[in-house]
Design a protein around this ligand. Sequence first.
Ligand code: 3PG
Ligand code: CO
Length: 563
Amino acid sequence: MSFSLQKLKNGFKRQGPIVWCVLDGYGLGKDDPNVNPIIAAKPTHLNSLIDTAKEQHLFKAIRAHGAAVGLPYESDMGNSEVGHNAMGCGQIYHQGTMLVDESFSSGKMFETDNWKKVVGECGKHNKTLHMFGLLSDGNIHSHMHQIFQLIDGAVKSSVKKIRVHVLLDGRDVPPESGLVYINRIEEKLASLSASGVDGKIASGGGRMYCVMDRYNSDWSIVRRGWNMMVHGHVEAADISGFYPGYFKTATEAIEKCRQLHPDKKDQYNLPFVIVGEDGKPIGKMEDGDVCINWNFRGDRAVQISRAFDEPNSTFTFFDRGVIPKVKYAGLLEYDTEVHIPNTYLVPPPEIHNTLSEYTCANGITAYAVAETHKYGHVTYFWNGNKSGYVNQSMELYECVDSLPNSETESHPEMKAVEVTDKILAALQSKKFQFLRMNYANPDMVGHTGNFDSCVRAVQCIDKQVARLAAEIEKQKGVLIITADHGNVEDKTQKGDKTSHTTADVLFTITDYSYNGEYTLVADGVKPDGEPEGPGLTNIAATVLNLFGFEAPESYRKSLIKFK
Ligand code: 3PG
Ligand code: CO
């Protein structure tokens, strides 16, 4: 495959630096300071860049959700995985959740060797099927209807005992909606008794406190999840106050946690283990059992998968105790480069012809930076789910260590200053023509739901963008500002909105050597031959045009129209 590109016929070319700045979770919302922290924050620097871009016709609202980013429904909010995939590859691919749905509807899911090897064998040998993952219909990491179809498939494969380990969401769905999902899954499990299947919830906890860490940010989250799911054990040090850790039902556990710790909400619910009349856990994992992770998204599924798959020689993150011999499978392959987990049920999207492959092949040096929470987004997701460099001699990726998750709300500035310091140093080194970066704040703080913290996050980002723009101006470069999806623009004073949105996002070009050579395609005009209005996938071709290249045929059209 050759990645070499044709030069633009009109000879247009910007030398760089071109900086692509992603404001994570910064959507276009209502013009109302009571519901939109962006309006309340009055980000003067960002607003002035946007105003100038509007005057120059270099601003556009673009799509970042639903079909525009490869999701099944227009009601599907965007997320960082699909958003960064879309930005980094310039094309629309069916994303993991769609591939899972397709596999269910074609029946392929249940015909694969892996299904037969894992679930089929479990049924045959009368072992317990454990299932865990995010109990949610947010459709970002998981979806209830997929969980139910897995359960139905297992029953058809003669599984007689199912133990479910539930991670409460409250981040992609309302902050205290956990019991709604608990009731739904309990109803489902109870209905199995008609087919002679014993199905029960065995343990659970909040996603941000148990199991779902990402990018090696805090392994204690994984340890807690492992202990409750695998060993039926809650460590005293991980719970606080008078919360006992062991309960007869999940509802009792969640209610107790809410009563003792009203500030924790679902995401941070303390771990719990369900015990029987004899006081013993009803769903510890035993030799020969099988375990399926029903999450389809990779970032927060990799670490727990490593805990199931790896030997002690490579797994050094916490003491797993006596490890039962459990056959583990992910719903998807979570890391397609390192191949995690060993066994999975649905192959992930195969993303080809990424922007990084083109920039490297055409002599454009590149730089990427983000803090830990979003580092894999600007590298792994950006490069079509491939970890590592595309061409190390042409690229540098840097990560700034994040603060612990628990500090996001009280310190909404997070590591934005340090991320800016890094990119300024990279710009000043003059080594890179194309630089990309992600400010995690609007998204991560948006997920706390705290309105005032969101305002501070936006104000902080605004100051950092000003520092960034000043340096790019000095170098006569180009600054592109956009976002991967909405989140921070839709909050309430009550703090009851924590999730992403289906909002459009901004796309703005600030070109410090602009001489009117081009504008963006007019509003309301769809790029030729494309079914959707412009979205995140149109930016890659736009950037290649700015660098003086024709975009590849397979890319969604550039947003630039030359005069
Ligand atoms: C998370 O994993 O934090 C949320 O479910 C989605 O957020 P992200 O898509 O912005 O990472
Ligand atoms: Co988010």
